[in-house]
Unconditional design. Structure first.
Length: 234
């Protein structure tokens, strides 16, 4: 938390899987995670593990109560949980839209993300950041969407907690055979996705070759083309 806050970021985002199975796993960490701050807010979405799908619940109402508890915890921590919803940050007459969808996955993973709902009230001309837990959503729906979602932020893969990475030389993990986009930044059709390797674990309590990470992204506006610059001066 200290390292994240030291970045002085305008926004902080969390792209899902706050817990492995149950909301009460988060109770001991609530105070610490509440210290996460950013000028324009902390935004989050749900990951597949957050819904409690991997637990044998006594009833549907018990499962629903668990999910509601996790949602309430995020609100109490001061986070903006986006459930197929968006928030717009305005500064100097310019807008950045942060869209958050619920989990959308392939191969048996929960698929409740709804881009149409998340997009409501947003303009095609707005710069858009999409928070979607599973990077397969970007491959299947987002990257070629005519509404032009310029940047997507995901997680989910954890880099499989195992691999070999030497920057500029090799980046490999067995997870690459399941997910085309599994760690770092990718670009297609002028749209980008960054897949964070996470900083927790599932199953094996450690990592080999895949370091936990906090991703810091700085957005830079492209310079105007010569014709556009001339027109603006005129």
């Amino acid at each position: 938390m200290n390292l994240a806050n030291e970045q002085g970021s305008d926004i902080v985002v969390f792209t899902g899987d706050l817990v492995n199975n149950k909301a009460d796993e988060m109770l001991a960490w609530k105070g610490l995670f509440s210290t996460l701050k950013a000028k324009d807010g902390v935004f989050s979405v749900l990951g597949n593990h957050d819904y409690g799908d991997y637990v044998a619940w006594g009833s549907n109402s018990e499962k629903a109560q668990n999910l509601q508890q996790l949602k309430d915890l995020q609100k109490e921590m001061g986070w903006n949980l986006l459930l197929n919803d968006n928030r717009v940050i305005e500064r100097g007459g310019q807008r950045i839209a942060v869209l958050g969808v619920e989990n959308w996955g392939l191969n048996g993973f929960k698929q409740v993300g709804d881009m149409d709902k998340a997009y409501q009230g947003i303009s095609k001309d707005d710069f858009k950041i999409v928070l979607s837990h599973d990077p397969s959503h970007w491959q299947a729906e987002i990257k070629e969407d005519p509404r032009n979602f310029q940047l997507t932020l995901s997680g989910h893969t954890h880099g499989m907690q195992f691999g070999i990475e030497i920057p500029g030389i090799i980046k490999w993990s067995p997870i690459k055979y399941r997910y085309e986009n599994w760690a770092g930044i990718y670009e297609e059709f002028g749209r980008y996705i960054n897949v964070n390797r996470g900083f927790g674990f599932l199953g094996y309590p450690g990592r080999v070759g895949i370091w936990p990470e906090i991703t810091v992204i700085k957005l830079k506006k492209k310079p105007l083309a010569a014709t556009e610059e001339t027109e603006r001066k005129v």
